[in-house]
Design a protein around this ligand. Structure first.
Ligand code: GLC
Length: 722
C-alpha cells in the first residue's frame, strides 16, 4: 500500500497495482508520502478488497451516480458492473454505468467526506444493507486506488472531486432543445413526415433520432439503401426544417464478408480476442459480431475515424449504445444451453432442474461471457475483459469524441453514451437507458440527476415517457414537465411500446406537452448558461436540498431539487392535482402553464400542499434568484435573444446577476468568445433602477423585468443594454 497526498484535504491510497483507468487527471494523483490518514475508512488487513466505514444514525449517503433507489443510498446494495439492464426495478444492483463516488454526510462540518474507488472491475457498495451501521465496499481484486476527500461543505467536496476528474463535456446549445426519438422511425419518408408534424403542431423540436433501423442489416456506419436513399439529401431536407438527425452507433461490429468495418478491424487486429487468440464472437442486433478493443489506442483511433462517414452526410450528433458491451449470447453460452436442453429432453423436471433450464435460456447472466474475451495492452500482454469491464463503454465514447475532434476541431458535437465510467464525462454526456413508462421512473429520474452531476455527468437525461411498456398521456405530460429542466430533453420509446410522441394521445395532452416544451425553449438560454457555469466551475446543476440547507428536515427531502436559483418540486404520481412541498425559506412560487402568464405567489418557509393542474409546472425562485426567459421558436437556431424577460425575487435592496453566454457551437468557450450578461438591480425607497451589460457574443438588447419583493409586490421595469 502506498499513500499519496493530493492536498490538505484529499488523500489517495494505492492498494496493489491497479489498472490505470484515467478517471482522475494526472495532476491530481498526488505525491507519494510515507503515511497518511484515511480515517474513518478502514481497510481489512487480511483481505484488502474490503473497506469499511461505520455509519452513524444521522449519516446520509449521496452519490453513486446511475443507480436505483433514492437520493440517500442508505439501506441498499449497489454493484458497479455496467450491464444492459432493461428492467429498472428497485432490487436491481447494477445499471449501465459505474460511478464509484459517494459522499457521507453526517450533518456537521466534521462529518462530511467523499470517497472514490478507482477500479475498472466489479465493485460492490453495501450501504447499510447487510448491517444498518456499516458501509462496506468490496472490490473484485485487491488492486485499486482509494480517494478520500474531506470538506466542511458538501459543495466543497463535490467541487474537489470534479476538479480531480476534469471538466465535463460541453454540448452545443441546440442539444438543449427538445428531441424526439423512437425505435424506430423506419424510413426517411417517415422521419420527414414526423418533422412536418412537429412544425404543423407548433411544437418546438431540434432533433429527431435514428435508431438501428437506419442501418443496413444493423451494421455500424452503413445506411439502409432502400429505407434511407440519398441520406445526405435527407439530412439536408431535415436541416432546412430546423432539425438535426442523431443516429445511433452500437459497439458490436457485424461479421460479414465484404463489410469494410469488419474487414479492416480483422486485418488490423482491432477486435477483442477469445482465449484461443481468435477474434471474440458474440451476438447482438446484427447476429454474430466482433467487438472493437477500445482499450487499444489504435483501435480507438480507427473506430473514431469511422464517424466521418456520417458527419460528411451532415450529421452533428450521435448516441453510442450497447457498449457495456451488451451481449445477447456467445456460441459457448448457446452450446451450454443446448446441451442442458438436450439432457433435459424427455425428463420429468422438478423445480430445481426446470428453473436451471429456464435460467440458462434467459441469457441474462453476462458474468460468464465477460470472462470469455480479452483486450490487448500496449505492452503486448492481454487482460481478461471482466477485470476492466467498466471502462469499455467509456473508451468507445472516447474513441467517438476523439474522432469527432479530428473531423472538426472547431465544433461541439452532440454525443452521449449508454455505458459509462467516471472520466467519460470529459468526452460526452449520457442517457439513463431503458427505463419504463412507470410513474416511479419519473421519481428515479429526479433522484438520479444530482448523483450523476457529482460524477461530472451534467449533460444527462432519461427517456422521457419511459422506454419500455406503454405510457398514457398523463405520464408523458408529467415526465415532460420535469424533463423541461434536464439538459438532455428527449422523448424515446422502444419498438414494442405504444406511440409516445406529444401528439400520440388526445388533444388535451398535446396542448399540455406543447406548453411544457415551449416553456423549455423559453428557459433555454438560462438553462444553457447554468449548465455551462456548472461545467466550468465544478458545480452541480442539480443539487439535493442539503447542499444549501443543513437543517434535518431539508436534508431528508428526496423528491425536490435545487437548480441554479430555482427549487423544483415535480409531480410524479398519477392522478395528482398537487403535492406536498418543503420550503426551507420563503420562495417565490410560479405555476407555469402558458409561460407568458406571470402570476406569482410568495410562499413562506415550511411545508405546504400546493395545487397543480395537469398543465402546470410548479417552480420556486429562491431569494435573490433570477430566472431569465426568452420567447420560444420552432428550434433553437430560430430563437431571437434580443428581447428577454426575467423574473426576479428581490429580497434585498441590491442584486447582481450574471448569466454565462457563448455562441453555443464553437468547440471551447474560448473559441466561442464567451462572456456574461450582467444584470444589476437597485432598490431605493421603493424605486428600482437596473443596469444591463453584456459581452459582444451575447445578442440581448433589452430585458423586461418582473421584480417581486418580500411583500409580494410586483414591479415591472424594462432595462436596455448599456
Ligand atoms: C437499446 C437502447 C435503446 C434503443 C434500442 C434499439 O435497448 O437502450 O435506447 O432504442 O437498444 O437500438
Amino acid at each position: 500500500m502506498q499513500y499519496y497526498k493530493i492536498n490538505t484535504s484529499t488523500w489517495r491510497l494505492r492498494v496493489g497495482s491497479p489498472f490505470e483507468t484515467e478517471a482522475v487527471l494526472p495532476e491530481y494523483l498526488g505525491e507519494a508520502v510515507k503515511t497518511g490518514d484515511l480515517s474513518p475508512l478502514r481497510i481489512n488487513r487480511d483481505d484488502p478488497r474490503r473497506i469499511r466505514i461505520s455509519l452513524l444514525p444521522e449519516d446520509i449517503v449521496l452519490g453513486l451516480g446511475q443507480n436505483m433507489r433514492g437520493m440517500n443510498k442508505r439501506g441498499g446494495i449497489y454493484d458497479s458492473w455496467c450491464y444492459d439492464e432493461a428492467n429498472h426495478s428497485p432490487h436491481k444492483r447494477s445499471l449501465y454505468g459505474a460511478h464509484n463516488f459517494f459522499i457521507l454526510d453526517g450533518g456537521t462540518p466534521e462529518r462530511r467526506f467523499g470517497v472514490f474507488v478507482d477500479f475498472p472491475g466489479k465493485v460492490s457498495f453495501d450501504v447499510g444493507y447487510t448491517r444498518n451501521d456499516t458501509l462496506e465496499i468490496v472490490t473484485a481484486e485487491a488492486d485499486y486506488d482509494l480517494y478520500l476527500i474531506r470538506g466542511e461543505e458538501l459543495s466543497a467536496i463535490t467541487a474537489s472531486f470534479r476538479r480531480m476528474i476534469g471538466r465535463p463535456y460541453l454540448p452545443p446549445r441546440w442539444a438543449l432543445g427538445y428531441q424526439q426519438s423512437r425505435w424506430g422511425y423506419d424510413s426517411a419518408a417517415e422521419v420527414e413526415a414526423l418533422g412536418r408534424r412537429f412544425r404543423e403542431e407548433g411544437i418546438p423540436c431540434d432533433a429527431i433520432y435514428l435508431d438501428i433501423e437506419y442501418m443496413e442489416r444493423y451494421k455500424d456506419f452503413s445506411i439502409h439503401p432502400e429505407r434511407f436513399p440519398d441520406f445526405a439529401a435527407h439530412v439536408a431536407r431535415m436541416g432546412a426544417m430546423g432539425f438535426r438527425l442523431v443516429p445511433i452507433i452500437d459497439a458490436g461490429v457485424k461479421i460479414e464478408e465484404g463489410y469494410d468495418v469488419y474487414e479492416e478491424g480483422v486485418a488490423a487486429g482491432y477486435f477483442c480476442s477469445a482465449e484461443s487468440g481468435e477474434d471474440f464472437v458474440a451476438a447482438v442486433w446484427p447476429g454474430k459480431c466482433h467487438f472493437p478493443d477500445f482499450l487499444n489506442p489504435l483501435a480507438r483511433r480507427w473506430f473514431g475515424s469511422k464517424y466521418r462517414m456520417l458527419t460528411e452526410a451532415g450529421i452533428e450528433g450521435f448516441w453510442n449504445d450497447m457498449n457495456e458491451p451488451a451481449i445477447f449470447y456467445t456460441e459457448e453460452g448457446m452450446a451450454e444451453a443446448m446441451e442442458l436442453a438436450e439432457a433435459s429432453k424427455g425428463k420429468n423436471l422438478g423445480v430445481n432442474d426446470f428453473f436451471a433450464l429456464r435460467e440458462k435460456f434467459a441469457f441474462d447472466d453476462p458474468e460468464e461471457d465477460f470472462k470469455r474475451f480479452y483486450h490487448r495492452l500496449p505492452d503486448g500482454s492481454r487482460i481478461r475483459h471482466d477485470r476492466v469491464h467498466n471502462i469499455y463503454g467509456f473508451n468507445m465514447t472516447r474513441a467517438a469524441a476523439e474522432g469527432l475532434k479530428e473531423i472538426d476541431p472547431g465544433k461541439r458535437y452532440l454525443l452521449f453514451s449508454r455505458s459509462s465510467y467516471v472520466g467519460m464525462h470529459r468526452y460526452s454526456g449520457l442517457w439513463t437507458g431503458d427505463n419504463s413508462s412507470w410513474w416511479e421512473h419519473i421519481l428515479l429520474n429526479i433522484q438520479m440527476m444530482p448523483a450523476l452531476n457529482m460524477c461530472g455527468f451534467l449533460y444527462a437525461g432519461a427517456d422521457i415517457g419511459g422506454h419500455m411498456h406503454d405510457a398514457n398521456g398523463d405520464l408523458v405530460t408529467r415526465w415532460t414537465q420535469f424533463g423541461v429542466f434536464t439538459p438532455l430533453f428527449r422523448n424515446h420509446a422502444t419498438r414494442q411500446a405504444r406511440e409516445q410522441e406529444p401528439f400520440a394521445y388526445d388533444e388535451e395532452t398535446l396542448k399540455r406537452v406543447r406548453r411544457a416544451i415551449q416553456f423549455r425553449y423559453a428557459l433555454l438560454p438560462w438553462l444553457y448558461g447554468e449548465l455551462m457555469r456548472a461545467a466550468l466551475s465544478e458545480e452541480l446543476l442539480f443539487k439535493p436540498l442539503s447542499f444549501a440547507y443543513e437543517d434535518e428536515r431539508s436534508r431528508r427531502v428526496d423528491d425536490q431539487l435545487l437548480l441554479g436559483s430555482l427549487m423544483i418540486a415535480p409531480i410524479y404520481t398519477e392522478n395528482a392535482r398537487g403535492r406536498f412541498v418543503h420550503l426551507p425559506e420563503t420562495m417565490l412560487f410560479w405555476k407555469v402553464g402558458d409561460y407568458h402568464e406571470k402570476e406569482f405567489e410568495l410562499l413562506s418557509a415550511g411545508d405546504h400542499w400546493i395545487a397543480v393542474e395537469m398543465d402546470q409546472i410548479p417552480l420556486f425562485i429562491r431569494p435573490q434568484g433570477v430566472l431569465v426567459l426568452a420567447s420560444h421558436a420552432d428550434c433553437e437556431a430560430e430563437q431571437d435573444y434580443a428581447e428577454l424577460e426575467a423574473v426576479v425575487y428581490m429580497s434585498e435592496d441590491q442584486l447582481d446577476y450574471r448569466l454565462y453566454w457563448d455562441d453555443g457551437i464553437a468547440s471551447s468557450p474560448k473559441a466561442a468568445r464567451h462572456g456574461v450578461l450582467e444584470l444589476e438591480i437597485n432598490r431605493n425607497k421603493g424605486t428600482y433602477s437596473a443596469r444591463l451589460t453584456a459581452a459582444a457574443v451575447c445578442p440581448v438588447e433589452r430585458i423586461q423585468l418582473y421584480i417581486i419583493d418580500s411583500q409580494g409586490f410586483t414591479t415591472q421595469l424594462t432595462v436596455a443594454r448599456s
